[in-house]
Design a protein around this ligand. Structure first.
Ligand code: NCD
Length: 316
């Protein structure tokens, strides 16, 4: 493994905070953990004696399960709670809930919250290390790392690889974080979605091209990362109907036939038949299951690197 003493982050909140070297250290660690995941009984002790609290104030399946598995594989004590089952539902503020958790001397807090900026708000107010597991429509850095790692496993060096995000880019924290990480790694980025689902200001700041049609996007791309329509975050109808969306922006099998090397990704959860058809999701070129596998390894790597810093500081 490469020397991880150069990884100096206490928290992981924004993908933009990670340098190329940080990402290389995380990937290297994740590669090491992939072997451990393949053998179900193997456990290592990087997080022994540390508490990890998974505080999910928004629904989640794969992210929460994958963090939980990752932390347990590293021998942490894991406490998991979701907002519906916690006092948030009784009107307690986020800060009060977190103070309560703090009083329990939590070492690492993995936080998912429906408000963009929630982890930034908490960082100066609590002593725990924070890993952002998705804040509103802002950032989701471990998903971005696992997507980039999945591509790195398949393609090696990502410099010059053309990746297009198709779908609801406006509400996607995955796209925001992923684009930052992929640009840091030298990939070329495009987006393709209805104009009402594109955050123009965000893209003005980056070298990202936009396609109007899926056909053009597929012709340009080596990889497409298909995004879910996030109806739960939409205040008004930003497109007419799901059926119309599926017709104009859905990725269907016939469209891919001309591009046998084109790879397909999706962060999940998928709406089969809307943003992509079932045969695309299940095709051999689909990396969706590899993404889930990479997710556990990447989260183990991030947890272990942040925990090592915490222990280092305690000893210093
Ligand atoms: C994404 C999320 O929650 O941002 N899913 C995930 O973490 N696997 C994407 C989504 O909800 O569409």
């Amino acid at each position: 493994m490469t020397d991880s003493s150069h990884f100096l982050h206490d928290h992981l909140i924004d993908a933009a905070d990670l340098s190329r070297e940080d990402i290389a250290i995380i990937f290297d660690r994740a590669q090491h953990y992939l072997a451990q995941i393949a053998s179900p009984r193997r456990q290592s002790s990087e997080l022994a004696g540390l508490n990890v609290v998974l505080a999910f104030f928004e629904p989640s399946t794969r992210t929460r399960v994958s963090f939980e598995l990752a932390a347990k594989r590293l021998s942490a004590e894991v406490i998991s709670f979701q907002s519906a089952a916690s006092s948030m539902g009784k009107g307690e503020s986020l800060l009060d809930t977190i103070y309560t958790i703090e009083a329990m001397h939590v070492d690492i807090l993995v936080l998912r919250h429906l408000h963009s900026g929630a982890p930034h708000f908490l960082r100066p107010r609590i002593k725990s290390r924070i890993i952002n597991a998705g804040d509103g429509q802002h950032e989701h850095p471990t998903q971005a790392l696992l997507d980039a790692f999945t591509l790195h496993r398949r393609l090696g060096e990502l410099r010059g690889v053309k990746i297009c995000f198709i779908g609801d880019v406006l509400h996607s924290r995955v796209a925001r974080s992923c684009i930052r990480i992929l640009l840091t790694l030298g990939a070329e980025i495009a987006v393709c979605s209805p104009a009402t689902l594109l955050p123009a200001q965000f893209f003005a700041a980056f070298n990202v091209r936009a396609f109007n049609s899926v056909a053009e996007a597929l012709q340009w791309s080596n990889v497409v990362n298909v995004l879910r329509i996030q109806r739960e975050r939409m205040l008004q109808g930003l497109f007419p109907t799901l059926r119309e969306y599926a017709n104009y922006y859905g990725v269907h099998w016939q469209m891919l036939e001309a591009y046998p090397d084109l790879l397909v990704m999706h962060p999940g959860p998928m709406n089969r038949g809307v943003e992509l058809s079932a045969d695309v999701a299940d095709a051999p070129r689909s990396l969706i299951r590899n993404q889930v596998e990479s997710g556990v390894a990447i989260r183990m790597a991030v947890l272990a690197l942040i925990a090592a810093n915490r222990r280092g500081r305690r000893q210093a």
